[in-house]
Design a protein around this ligand. Structure first.
Ligand SMILES: Cc1ncc(COP(=O)(O)O)c(C=O)c1O
Length: 432
């Protein structure tokens, strides 16, 4: 590869994967269950800082995966590390419902403040758990069983969340039966679905069934970074209102700033009844939340929601630090800037290599680049990895490059990644 013009963040000491990664991946095969075992292609990490990771072979790589969207504030942000260290020395766990602590309500107040007030918050561990609890609240508060979800949706891997998730293979295959009363509608923009198709299907489902809520991603995440037409969410909100149902925005991937607004759904002017948050809220420590108005969040009996671990105090301490970093470092505005840079960069690549890229889309930094086929994107990703840039795909066909980089990635680091991607695109197009 040609020499980089910018001060390099990337440093390659070995080929990727290096010998130590290969050794560790081989060792994993005998003790780690195969569905969760590493492939051996992606390096094992020893440390990370900001948008950089260092692997077990002494290589330094730029991270466009960002803990699958958890690391908006980057790896090991000093404010988060200090908060975690300080809290860990005091206590690690009690179960807030049994022995309470202040951090729970501090983060609840901060999050409610970001909604403009009038909201209450319950914390959980994973995104799937937040989704399950939002559905529990919606069913209990409406007294209705039905939940509307969408094609292309990903809501997690527990049984109810899987019932709402769309993709069969590998997520759902063999794991049924799933909970009943789940109705799936077309998501305009996904798989050729149109607003018209959505309207017709919605009229039938809402007309015939007792629907408690519709759960929707403002931009599909795992489903391929699909942005629906602007009128879609307002129309869904209207339909839901007309039928006395609730709107749940699953903002676990798009929320907290990645899409260029604290809530991606606000970009369409809608106000969901319930919002699920997860991924970036505690910089990778397990923490998720359901946010809603008191009339929905308060009536259930004490302990009707909860668990042993939800709202872990160390994760909450991290979460409080994350919100200050998001504000102090202007990460929501940064998401928009990064998104603009990504979009114009990939547009230039698309015009240089005609036929390689078929679509570039996204809200804020949540930019998806769709390639002509899975093989072309595979070639680009392998080349980028060999040159020190870690990437991840989205969509059932794995032909969408999704950007989940930490939003603390600097402009120099972006420039460096662009040089790698330009070269990798040439390789993928057969010109490199
Ligand atoms: C939109 C959305 N909802 C829910 C989930 C599930 O979150 P978790 O993997 O933390 O259970 C994800 C995870 O990717 C997601 O992107």
């Amino acid at each position: 590869m040609r020499a980089l013009d910018v001060a390099p963040s990337i440093h390659l000491a070995t080929a990727i994967p290096g010998p130590r990664t290969r050794e560790l991946a081989a060792r994993a095969q005998s003790s780690v269950a195969h569905p969760v075992a590493p492939s051996g292609e992606t390096p094992f990490i020893v440390r990370g800082r900001g948008a950089l990771v260092e692997d077990v072979d002494g290589n330094r790589l730029l991270d466009f995966i960002g803990g699958l969207g958890c690391l908006m504030v980057g790896h090991a942000h000093p404010a988060v590390v200090d908060a975690v260290a300080e809290h860990s020395r005091r206590f690690l766990h009690t179960d807030y419902a049994v022995i309470p602590y202040e951090e729970y309500q501090t983060l609840a107040e901060l999050i409610a403040g970001r909604f403009g007030g009038g909201r209450k918050v319950a914390f959980f561990n994973s995104g799937a758990e937040a989704v399950e609890n939002a559905v529990k609240v919606a069913r209990a508060m409406t007294g209705r069983p039905g939940i509307v979800c969408f094609e292309g949706a990903f809501h997690g891997r527990t049984n109810l969340a899987l019932a709402l998730t769309h993709r069969e293979d590998p997520y759902k295959k063999g794991f049924g039966p799933f909970v009943p009363e789940i109705y799936r509608l077309p998501y305009p923009g996904f798989g050729g679905a149109t607003m018209d198709g959505f309207e017709k299907a919605a009229a039938a489902v809402f007309g015939e069934h007792q629907i408690a809520a519709a759960i929707v991603e403002p931009e599909l995440g795992e489903g391929g970074y699909v942005v629906p037409p602007r009128e879609f969410l307002p129309r869904l909100e209207r339909i839901v209102d007309d039928h006395g149902s609730l709107l749940i925005a699953d903002e676990i991937q798009a929320g907290y700033g990645r899409a260029g607004a604290f809530l991606a759904s606000s970009l369409s002017g809608v106000t969901p009844d319930l919002v699920t948050l997860g991924k970036p809220i505690a910089a990778g420590l397990p923490l998720s939340a359901v946010v809603g108005p008191p009339e929905l969040m308060d009536p259930l009996k004490f302990s009707a929601l909860g668990g042993t671990y939800p709202g872990n105090p160390v994760a909450l301490a991290a979460g409080i630090a994350v919100l200050s970093v998001v504000e102090e470092e202007g990460l929501i505005e940064r998401a928009t800037q990064i998104g603009e840079r990504l979009t114009s960069f990939w547009q230039a690549v698309a015009s240089e290599h005609r036929g390689l890229i078929t679509d570039i889309r996204g809200l804020g930094s949540m930019v998806g680049v769709e390639f002509a086929d899975r093989e072309a994107l595979g070639r680009l990703r392998s080349a980028a990895l060999s040159a020190g840039v870690l990437t991840v795909t989205a969509g059932a066909e794995a032909k969408v490059l999704r950007h989940l980089m930490p939003l603390v990635m600097t402009d120099d680091q972006l420039d460096e990644a662009f040089q790698v991607f330009s070269w990798a695109a040439g390789t993928a197009a057969g010109a490199g």
